[in-house]
Design a protein around this ligand. Structure first.
Ligand SMILES: Nc1ncnc2c1ncn2[C@@H]1O[C@H](COP(=O)(O)OP(=O)(O)O)[C@@H](O)[C@H]1O
Ligand SMILES: [Mg+2]
Length: 224
């Protein structure tokens, strides 16, 4: 991808709740774009529209030169699988799988051939960098909230997708893990050209961002 664009986006939920309105946003390859704003300002809504997890009530989402509004769920799924990675606010780890198994799951699904040895090696590298290697055979219920979030971060990074969407990724991790996360983002961005779109109210992200869109009550208040 070279450019992902939201044009005049509006999302109205049931009971006429207008979550976002008049939102224009451009994400270019290799950028770290931060969507910044207080709770309820529309960050998750905007991220979900850009990540093709939801459809706008008005406006367009455009990837390179493709307008994606009218694509069906199958096509949206294909684009997400090929290009997008997600770090959700809630982790959605699978309780029956261990930490390392949760992390390799997306690779397992994506790669048709199971190169298990390589998958484990990649997962273990990530676990090391997030200081979790000792817990690789634990189950999610045996970990703290912060540890689970770090596992979810590892899982989202393993496929090395072109663009990673993160929703409050440091919401439940401590300062130490946040620092590791910032360094990892920077490293992936510089070495692999990974693009990031991060919804957050954590001001520390502003330092590593290439562009910030400030949301207030569903509208863009300012940009920097
Ligand atoms: N699924 C939904 N149904 C109805 N209203 C929603 C839904 N999701 C979000 N909203 C409303 O949209 C607004 C923006 O929410 P959200 O995008 O989650 O903001 P943020 O992520 O910045 O906290 C809020 O007023 C919220 O109540
Ligand atoms: Mg949110």
């Amino acid at each position: 991808m070279n450019k992902l664009k939201g044009e005049n986006l509006k999302k109205v939920y049931s009971r006429n709740v207008v979550a976002i309105e008049n939102v224009d946003i451009e994400i270019e390859k290799r950028e770290i774009v931060v969507i910044f704003g207080p709770s309820g300002s529309g960050k998750t809504t905007l991220l979900n529209l850009l990540g093709l997890l939801d459809k706008p009530t008005e406006g367009n989402v455009i990837l390179d030169d493709m307008v994606l509004n009218n694509i069906d769920e199958k096509k949206a799924g294909e684009i997400r699988n090929r290009k997008f990675g997600f770090i959700f606010q809630f982790f959605y780890l699978i309780p029956e799988l261990t930490v390392v198994e949760n992390i390799i799951l997306p690779l397992w699904i994506k790669e048709k051939r199971a190169k298990l040895k390589q998958f484990y090696k990649n997962a273990e590298e990530l676990l090391k960098s997030f200081d979790l290697i000792k817990k690789k055979d634990f189950y999610p219920t045996q970990l703290s909230g912060g540890e689970n979030q770090r596992v979810a971060i590892c899982r989202s990074l393993i496929c090395e997708q072109e663009i990673i969407f993160a929703d409050e990724p440091t919401g439940s991790i401590d300062k130490f893990s946040s620092e590791i996360f910032f360094r990892t983002i920077k490293k992936l961005n510089e070495e692999k050209g990974t693009t990031f779109v991060i919804a957050t109210h954590n001001e520390n992200f502003l330092q590593i961002s290439s562009k910030v869109v400030y949301l207030k009550e569903g509208k863009i208040e300012k940009r920097s």
